[in-house]
Design a protein around this ligand. Structure first.
Ligand code: SF4
Ligand code: SF4
Ligand code: FES
Length: 482
């Protein structure tokens, strides 16, 4: 039998123990208590991933101790985000009190309506929760604002989808700050039951809330902008689409792609659009730019305004479905995620620009800079893309790449939070900014105009006279080396 060493956080002190390899963390804790004469406190019951009581922070991530195998060097700690009672036991009382306060039962009166298969489909997707609280431990909106957390919204959605329930769940969700969620999907990533809280609970709840008149005023401004000019931001002068040619064709073409510009590139960050064309061409990619494209609808899909979002989708589908290209390339994590996820009827493949550039590598010129990289939530968790940008950056000779502490921590801008609840967006972003400063980088690289804007503003707001760090899109850096 082989052995591994794990470390257990006992009231702030890490203690090392040798345990047999191949067993679960829960079995290891039992083994330590029986064989080392220790009395480590922890919670557990079912031993089968069904009761949720054994959730702990294992190697920095919330996991179930009964479903996680020990590894050499593993660190076992109490679940992050809760007060510790002792050893690995955290205080769950605030959670139970809060959930009771949300009238956590079916509230009905009079005749009970029948449940349809469609109702079943909706609430089936959100009812498998085992109360492990892993999602609460990681939620940035809960950590930095008055927001109860993902599983509360999941539970409210479960009742809201149930035709037998007569309580106004949307109203409760609204006043519990449903709109503080950045749709970062960290809760989805860590949920052991794989509940898609963002799409199946939060966005659906926002749709139902919107229909009942529970929305944020600033989200209506975005809606108005789109209804007036098909873009989520107001036009300032000539747009990118008005300035550029319809196509930029290269000799020895390796791929031909249609460029989806997104609102911010079209109206605000036109240099990023120009850099993208130049970099794509240098990589042997011809670029076609359909002039009739409009906002992808992300700001509306994410804030429950599906009615108008669907119109945008139909218009974009008409434009892009008819093109003879190898695919559509996006420069914005939010646009890419929306096209991939919400445009189910599309007949074209969608690629983030980093997927394209990684697939067709080229030799870059040397560049003596130190950079760090911010993972946009809608790229990392929304599209599973995080290796590609790092591989591209590491191909630049002379470039020093340094990871920040938690590169995939949300910057705070998404899900309509920057427009609707800027104070929450900045509170979340402040933590990101601290991590960025610690790296000492010259540039923060990202692939999302919303993140770019928000991190830049947050850096300015919380600079405190420190080093000036620029936030730029990956194509703006690549333009210097192609
Ligand atoms: S998506 Fe992010 S902000 Fe929203 S509930 Fe989940 S973890 Fe919290
Ligand atoms: S939603 Fe998932 S992560 Fe959150 S408490 Fe329920 S099972 Fe755990
Ligand atoms: S002991 Fe029940 S989920 Fe682990």
């Amino acid at each position: 039998m082989g052995w591994v060493t794990i470390r257990v956080n006992r009231n702030g002190v890490l203690r090392s123990y040798s345990v047999p390899e191949g067993i679960t963390v829960l079995e290891a804790l039992e083994y330590i208590n029986s064989n080392y004469g220790e009395g480590i406190l922890y919670r557990a019951s079912c031993r089968a991933g069904q009761c949720g009581s054994c959730a702990m922070t294992i190697n920095g991530k919330p996991r179930l101790a009964c479903k996680t195998r020990v590894e050499d060097g593993m660190v076992v700690e109490p679940l992050e985000g809760f007060n510790v009672v002792e050893d690995l036991v955290v205080d769950r009382t605030p959670y139970y009190k809060k959930i009771q306060g949300l009238r956590n039962y079916l509230h009905h009166e009079g005749d009970i309506p029948k449940i349809t298969p469609e109702d079943m489909r909706e609430f089936k997707g959100v009812r498998n929760c085992i109360d492990c609280l892993c999602c609460l431990s990681q939620c940035p909106a809960r950590k930095f604002s008055q927001y109860p957390g993902p599983t509360f919204m999941r539970q409210l959605a479960r009742f809201a989808f149930d035709p037998r329930d007569r309580e106004d769940r949307e109203r409760i969700a609204y006043f519990e700050n449903l709109h503080n969620c950045t749709t970062c999907a960290k809760c989805v990533e860590v949920c052991p039951k794989e509940i898609d809280i963002v799409h199946r609970a939060i966005e659906r709840l926002r749709e139902l809330a919107f229909e009942k008149g529970y929305y944020l005023k600033n989200h209506l401004v975005v809606r108005e902008n789109i209804l007036k000019g098909w873009r989520s931001v107001k036009k300032e002068g000539e747009s990118f689409l008005e300035k550029v040619k319809e196509e930029y064709i290269v000799d020895n073409e390796k791929m031909r792609l249609a460029l989806f510009t997104g609102c911010l590139i079209d109206y605000r960050l036109q240099d990023v659009g120009r850099s993208a064309i130049k970099v794509l061409n240098a990589h042997g990619v011809s670029v076609v730019i359909p002039k009739d494209q409009v906002c992808c609808g992300s700001p509306l899909f994410r804030t429950g305004q599906r009615d108008v979002a669907e119109k945008l989708k139909r218009r974009n589908l008409k434009v892009f479905n008819s093109l003879e290209v190898d695919g559509v390339v996006t420069l914005c994590a939010g646009c890419g995620c929306t096209l991939k996820r919400d445009y189910r009827e599309r007949e074209f493949q969608v690629m983030d620009i980093t997927q394209v550039l990684d697939r067709i590598p080229m030799e870059y010129k040397p560049l003596d800079v130190k950079v760090t990289y911010h993972d946009p939530c809608h790229l990392r968790r929304g599209q599973g893309i995080y290796l590609e940008p790092r591989r591209i950056l590491k191909r630049i000779p002379g470039l020093k790449f340094v990871e920040m502490e938690i590169p995939d921590q949300c910057c705070g801008a998404g899900g309509g939070v920057r427009s609707g609840r800027p104070e929450v967006a900045y509170a979340i972003g402040r933590r990101k900014v601290r991590m960025i400063y610690k790296t000492g980088a010259d540039y923060v690289i990202t692939v999302c105009p919303f993140c770019e804007y928000h991190i830049e503003d947050t850096l300015k707001k919380f600079n405190g006279g420190g080093k000036k760090i620029e936030v730029i899109n990956i194509v703006s850096l690549l333009e210097k080396v192609v």
